[in-house]
Design a binder for this molecule. Structure first.
Ligand code: G3I
Ligand code: 9MR
Length: 553
């Protein structure tokens, strides 16, 4: 349909047979809908559209089509009198396997320091970029044992996003979310073949992929004091070219920060649990991670308010965080779980920690997620009632929003910030924690709705995941996608998504709207609405696996 034409919006990838299945129709439409075979033919399902509801985020009034009763596998479209047929979508078992693989593979595509061979990367094969085997200690990070200009090795890791730098705060939440996905759904990932160089080594691919970044993170700790550098970066962003063509200017580790130390401590503590069974492939790694985690936590306790600001000569992503109480809680929780030491539970001060959906600068939800998952193995000191209340409380709040929202999503208009699609997916992840605790069907349904949203049931009627759906994002602010000669972007990435602040508008053509859910440009210029980022993909990995495993079969 041409831009502006009212259309029926639906998850363009489709559904598992027993999932809740909703579509959104514009207000002007008739009052009934049909589901018809994609190739044409008689209706296989029909129903009444729901009552019109206004959605503040897009300024629309819309009606819901609920066709959850359609369980027969097939390819379908939705038909509403007076509107074009919807995009085709599929109902079938195991419908999200390819998305699960691709959302994880996206991180492989962002690996630094290694060539992507055609047997793994297909059309997106490329030479290695940014080896980072010799980086400089920036003046802001100088210490007596490592004065400014000291050369250190800090190789591996993923490029953060569309840019070519590596940042601790986004790395921590990303890597943890993969590890949590594995801890929660080992059966799914034990059988998921992502076709990466390590595939077949006896370690699940998701753990091998996480290890690529964990190896880099370990190198960001100063062994002299346990402190952790905030980022590894060029002074300025690279041009929009392929990694190996980026300017060969020096790269630096920049200033230690409390947030970096705590993100590191939390992630390493969680990783030490997940890596423990793989001594053969990663000898000594789990123990090394736990020791590194404890050292970083100690550093943070001694340096509790070292907030990061870009030094004057560094202009790349800041990931400055004004509050680190949530990072303290998360690191303490992971250390408590991994060591069993009550002192960490006490340091956590659980009664003072609320629950919120996670983001790179607000990670307390990750603490509750891990505590809830491990609740049966905690020491007697742990307040299990509090843990379940925090997890259920957040899920209930998000489900309330979902129940009454026009688009039937957990996000409100004010939740549309930079990376809004990841807000949606992280909300889904928190709803799923509630579902895993108490099995309330609404929590699963609301998470399905969040995935539906990023795959097409949104105000723009497009899929925000590259390579998936009838109308996916095509022009992400992602240097490799822009710099290569392949028309299609690197697949499996969720783009940042609409948000009304348009921080890139000086460099872009006019946005179509300033409304939160419509303020989006599928244009390479748009770093504020159309970039990709490792920490936005991780919840896509989580949610896709979770729905595959938890949807009744
Ligand atoms: O939460 C506030 C909201 O309360 C307020 O109303 C609104 C308006 O100012 O802003 C909201 O905060 C925004 C915040 O993202 C939300 O997480 C900030 O304005 C916005 O500037 C900030 O954007 C961050 C962006 O870097 C710019 O610093 C994104 O979170 C962060 O994901 C993004 O990360 C970048 C790295 O710096 C560089 N690499 C790429 C990566 C992805 O774009
Ligand atoms: O490419 C950069 C992107 O990764 C960041 O998220 C974004 C915000 O920090 O900045 C982008 O770089 C732009 C810079 O901020 C302004 N000039 C244009 C750059 C991209 O072409």
């Amino acid at each position: 349909a041409a831009a502006g034409t009212p259309i029926v919006k639906v998850n363009q990838l489709g559904f598992l047979p027993d999932a809740q299945k909703l579509a959104v129709a514009p207000q002007s439409a008739g009052s009934r809908f049909e589901v018809v075979p994609a190739a044409g033919g008689k209706a296989v399902f029909s129903g009444a559209l729901g009552a019109p509801v206004r959605w503040e985020a897009s300024g629309e009034t819309v009606r819901i089509a609920d066709f959850s009763g359609l369980v027969a596998p097939g390819s379908y479209r939705i038909k509403v009198e007076g509107l074009p047929l919807s995009d085709a979508f599929t109902v079938k078992p195991d419908n999200y396997r390819a998305l699960s693989v691709a959302s994880l593979k996206a991180l492989y595509f962002n690996r630094t320091a290694i060539a992507l061979a055609p047997q793994y990367a297909g059309a997106w094969a490329r030479p290695a970029g940014h080896p980072d085997d010799k980086v400089l200690v920036h003046a802001s990070a100088a210490s007596s044992t490592r004065p400014a200009g000291t050369v250190i090795a800090a190789s591996r890791g993923w490029y953060d996003a569309g840019d070519y730098n590596k940042y601790l705060p986004s790395s921590g939440i990303t890597t943890y979310t993969l590890l949590a996905a594995y801890e929660h759904f080992p059966r799914w990932f034990d059988r998921l073949d992502v076709n990466i160089p390590e595939s077949g080594n006896g370690v699940p691919d998701i753990i091998d992929e996480a290890m690529w970044n964990l190896a880099w993170m370990l190198s960001m700790q100063d062994p002299a004091d346990g402190g952790v550098y905030h980022k590894l970066t060029n002074l300025k962003f690279d041009a929009m070219v392929m990694p190996h063509l980026a300017q060969k200017e020096p790269r630096y580790v920049v200033a230690k920060s409390t947030s970096a130390a705590l993100n590191f401590a939390a992630t390493m503590a969680a990783a030490s649990r997940v890596l423990a069974p793989y001594q053969k492939q990663y000898p000594g790694t789990a123990a090394k991670m736990l020791a590194a985690s404890e050292a970083a936590f100690k550093w943070a306790q001694a340096n509790p308010a070292v907030l990061f600001k870009n030094p004057a000569d560094v202009v790349t992503g800041e990931y400055g965080d004004a509050r680190v109480d949530d990072e303290f809680a998360w690191a303490a929780a992971e250390l408590y779980i991994s060591t069993g030491k009550d002192s960490y539970y006490t340091a956590l001060q659980p009664e003072t920690v609320s629950n919120t959906y996670p983001a790179w600068d607000d990670v307390r939800g990750l603490a509750w997620t891990s505590l809830a998952h491990h609740r049966d193995r905690l020491t007697p000191l742990a307040d299990r009632t509090l843990i379940t209340a925090r997890v259920d409380g957040l899920a209930a709040r998000l489900a309330n929003e979902w129940r009454t929202s026009g688009y039937r999503v957990p996000m409100r208009a004010s939740d549309f910030v930079w990376g809004s699609n990841a807000v949606m997916l992280n909300q889904a992840m928190m709803l799923l924690q509630g579902y895993r605790l108490n099995g309330k069907p609404e929590y699963l349904q609301a998470s399905q709705s969040a995935l539906d949203y990023v795959l097409g049931r949104n105000a723009l009627g497009q899929s925000f995941v590259t390579g998936f759906g009838a109308r996916p994002s095509m022009h992400p602010h992602h240097r490799p996608s822009q710099g290569d000669s392949v028309a299609a972007p690197v697949p499996g990435w969720v783009t940042g998504g609409p948000q009304p602040f348009q921080q890139d508008k000086a460099e872009c053509p006019p946005y179509p709207s300033t409304l939160p859910a419509l303020s989006y440009l599928d244009h390479v210029c748009s770093f504020a609405s159309n970039e990709v980022a490792i920490n936005w993909n991780a919840p896509l990995v989580y949610v896709t696996a979770a729905l595959s495993e938890l949807t009744p079969k």
